[in-house]
Design a protein around this ligand. Structure first.
Ligand SMILES: [Zn+2]
Length: 144
């Protein structure tokens, strides 16, 4: 069993593991809690670049501790923001937090779809190269 990310551990077969780690770069939730928590403030201030945002949200989805920490930071941040404004009679921190997470996840899902097609093309290219190589070796009489 190979453990990816913090929790929960994910079981993956050898081949998907190879694809994940060598062919398609680091696309899994390889971010550890320490890195995730260091990205909480940039996330709240909407300063996370796309690639970081993706792994950050993936980690938050799978890690209860970091999600709780994010929620706390978010609430504090909104509270500080709200001191100047007359928010507190009506403001729903929990609801806003969920909304913010949902929006960020929707954005990442869209970029995931785009990168899925990119990966698909890469996979076909690799298969194509292997086929050509096999045919060429057969032509040279080295195999088959
Ligand atoms: Zn974590």
């Amino acid at each position: 069993m190979i453990r990816i990310g913090c929790s929960p551990p994910v079981e993956v077969g050898v081949f998907p593991y190879l694809i994940k780690n060598f062919l398609l770069e680091e696309r899994s939730c390889s971010m550890q809690c320490k890195e995730a928590t260091s990205l909480i403030i940039p996330f709240i201030e909407r300063e996370l670049p796309e690639d970081k945002l993706k792994i950050f949200l993936e980690h938050i989805r799978n890690c209860k501790e970091c999600r709780e920490e994010l929620e706390i930071y978010y609430t504090i941040h909104m509270y500080i923001e709200g001191i100047d404004r007359d928010w507190f009679s009506t403001y729903n921190f929990k609801g806003e937090f969920e909304k913010e997470l949902k929006e960020a996840n929707a954005y990442v899902r869209w970029t995931n779809i785009m990168s899925f097609f990119k990966d698909l093309i890469t996979a076909f290219a690799i298969i194509g190269i292997l086929i050509i190589l096999t045919l060429q070796l057969q032509l040279w009489g080295l195999i088959g």
